[in-house]
Design a protein. Structure first.
Ligand code: SMG
Ligand code: MG
Length: 382
């Protein structure tokens, strides 16, 4: 079976949209979510006549609210702009994807999904694990959970208690103006002074809120994540200088350059690394290296991934600079049934880093077919 007319590089075979309901609504400062539309990319490589497939997952949301990327925009740019550029290259390797797509501005999540699929296919063909490629130094990673905004303090405390009972080693609470000091105080009271606890504002505050955000210092938080808008690096630097709680950037960190600048400015005392947001796992790795060299702690963010993205994130988070627990929770925290046959599990507060070829998970194709909304074939060989 031939996957392309010339060369032995990777090809992108299809773009697929699946739809999965969340086990419970997830509310952030920018909206409430009850399900996800998820783009999956299928790639293939051929080695001596044997075709091996790999999969990537796009973390873009249904709407452009976390960032400017969203499912329909990502699907369009993947189909019409990015894949034709990749297919114009002979012997495409995962390590080429970012460079080939560099002339296209932005669309980091769309680019990341493509690189991810090629990486998985290549690694599987070579019988290598992603953790092995990265040089992961841990076999298990500590698991934190992200808790959404709740309709009442009672409901919030019931959820948090459930996650504590599940063994999560760190709690992250979503906050927004008007729903911050009181829920944070209630959760700190419930979990006690020792349990690692942090908050995430998803850019809901402004530079006028410095004094107010300083009141969070009373709760001994690990960090406050992305309090101000994505483009307000200077505001984050001013806030970091004014309050005791360490300021961590999420949305603002869109590239290695921005990350280096944010550190130099004093805007990022801690960095949340999300491969989708920075254009892929290879860029995420370089951001890890940069932060590690500069002594900036990093942790791995989450984007409500399926088991595919969770498995890849677990390998990334096994690098030595990931010194804080990530948002890599069990599959069942979001999904009744995950699309992989080995859902991510949390045992004793930790997730095992997958060791199988590629990202180390096997897709449950029967379930994937059931939840598929659309499939777009993209293979140049037809
Ligand atoms: O995957 O556990 C997860 C979600 C973690 O809170 C989470 N992600 O800003 O960090 C963040 C949010 C972004 C996704 S909200 C749709
Ligand atoms: Mg965040």
């Amino acid at each position: 079976m031939t996957v392309r007319a010339h060369g032995h590089g990777a090809v992108i075979r299809e773009l697929r949209e699946i739809r999965l309901p969340l086990v419970s609504p997830f509310q952030t400062s920018f909206g409430v979510q009850t399900s996800r539309r998820i783009l999956l990319v299928r790639a293939a490589v051929e080695r001596e006549g044997v075709v091996t497939e790999g999969w990537g997952e796009c973390v873009a949301g249904d709407e452009p609210t976390y960032s400017s990327e969203y499912v329909d925009g990502a699907a369009l740019v993947i189909r019409e702009v990015l894949v034709p550029r990749l297919h114009a290259v002979d012997d495409l390797a995962a390590s080429d994807v970012a460079r080939v797509l560099e002339p296209v501005r932005g669309h980091q999540m769309a680019k990341a999904a493509l690189e991810m699929a090629v990486l998985d296919a290549e690694l599987r063909a070579d019988g290598r694990s992603f953790a092995g490629l990265l040089g992961a130094t841990r076999t298990h990673i500590p698991s934190g959970v992200s808790v959404g905004i709740h309709p009442s303090i009672d409901a919030l405390l019931a959820s948090v208690q459930g996650y504590v009972d599940d063994g999560y080693v760190r709690i992250k609470l979503k906050i927004e103006p008007g729903l911050d000091l009181e829920p944070v105080a209630a959760v700190r009271d419930l979990i006690g002074p020792e349990m690692p606890f942090q908050v995430d504002a998803n850019a809901a505050y402004t530079r006028h809120d410095v004094e107010h955000l300083g009141r969070l210092d009373a709760f001994d938080l690990l960090l406050i994540e992305q309090p101000l808008p994505e483009d307000d690096l200077l505001g984050h630097a001013q806030l970091a200088a004014a309050i005791g709680t360490p300021v961590c950037l999420d949305e603002s960190i869109t590239s290695e350059t921005v990350c280096a600048d944010a550190i130099d400015l004093g805007a990022a005392e801690i960095v949340n690394i999300k491969p989708g947001r920075v254009g892929g796992y290879l860029a995420a790795r370089r951001i890890h290296d940069l932060c590690h060299e500069r002594g900036i702690p990093v942790w791995c963010g989450g984007m409500l991934e399926t088991g595919i993205g969770r498995a890849a994130n677990a390998a990334l988070a096994a690098l030595p600079g990931f010194t804080l627990p990530g948002d890599i929770s069990a599959s069942r925290r979001f999904w009744a049934r995950d699309v992989v046959t080995e859902p991510i599990d949390v045992v004793g507060g930790h997730v095992a880093v997958p060791t199988g070829p590629g990202f180390g998970v096997t897709l449950d194709m029967a379930l994937i077919e059931e939840v598929t909304a659309t499939v777009t074939p993209l293979d140049p060989a037809g």
